[in-house]
Design a protein around this ligand. Structure first.
Ligand code: SAM
Length: 210
């Protein structure tokens, strides 16, 4: 319905299909009306490019910059996105809007995988049920040290980025006490949260990505 009533596809139009698992295909419209239509899947145009087992956990900031974070996470390749409300989070975010934005970002960069965006949840609640996935805890208090993500063991990771106000003392204490969490510096300057997300994902990918 959407393709024909909203996108107004007509016979002969070609579109790219992805299913999030196997790659991308060209499909051509062979008949259509406002009530629906039929596509013929013609040929596979690309392989599936799976993301590494890397999650991005971040505190929502202003909408335009939260959208930027989601977009860049999709481009750089993450398997899951978790928006978390921290003690200093002042902005709200909606899971359905962020998920739609992830779909758009994947379309735009020709990706064949759309990361799932989790429901927005409190960081403390997420950490209560955390398993043994390692956390790359980007700690602004370490700013000053060189951004060298040395000694990262391969395996499942989640990058954690705080809000503009940074992490609260309680959150920092809790994270520093978690054996799964490795506190890292992203360099000598305090970065904006959106810049920090891009930098951390890029550094992780350079160390452990494909
Ligand atoms: N208001 C905080 C302050 O002045 O200390 C800065 C918060 S920063 C704008 C937002 C988030 O980006 C931080 O919580 C942290 O996760 C990350 N970040 C920014 N710069 C960083 C750095 N140099 N090293 C590690 N993490 C950094």
């Amino acid at each position: 319905m959407y393709l024909f009533a909203v996108m107004r596809l007509t016979v002969g139009d070609v579109l790219t299909l992805i299913n999030g698992r196997d790659g991308a295909w060209d499909a051509v419209v062979i008949e259509g009306s406002k009530r629906g239509g039929t596509l013929r899947v013609d040929r596979q145009t690309g392989p599936h490019i799976a993301p590494p087992d890397l999650w991005l956990m971040f505190a929502p900031i202003k909408k335009v910059r939260t959208d930027f974070i989601v977009e860049k996470a999709v481009e750089l390749g993450v398997a899951r996105i978790l928006p978390v409300v921290t003690d200093h989070t002042n902005e709200k975010a909606r899971q359905d809007k962020l998920q739609a934005h992830a779909v758009e970002a994947a379309e735009q960069c020709g990706g064949t995988f759309v990361p799932q965006v989790a429901e927005v949840a409190r960081l403390s609640a997420v950490l209560d049920s955390w398993d043994d996935r390692r956390i790359l805890f980007c700690d602004e208090r370490l700013a000053g040290a060189t951004a060298l993500l040395d000694g990262l063991a391969p395996g499942p990771w989640a990058v954690l980025i705080g809000p503009e106000g940074g992490f609260s003392p309680d959150e920092r204490d809790r994270l520093h006490a978690m054996p799964q969490a490795q506190a890292v510096s992203l360099g000598p300057r305090i970065l904006r949260a959106d810049t920090a997300a891009v930098a951390a994902l890029t550094l992780w990918q350079a160390r452990l990505g494909d």
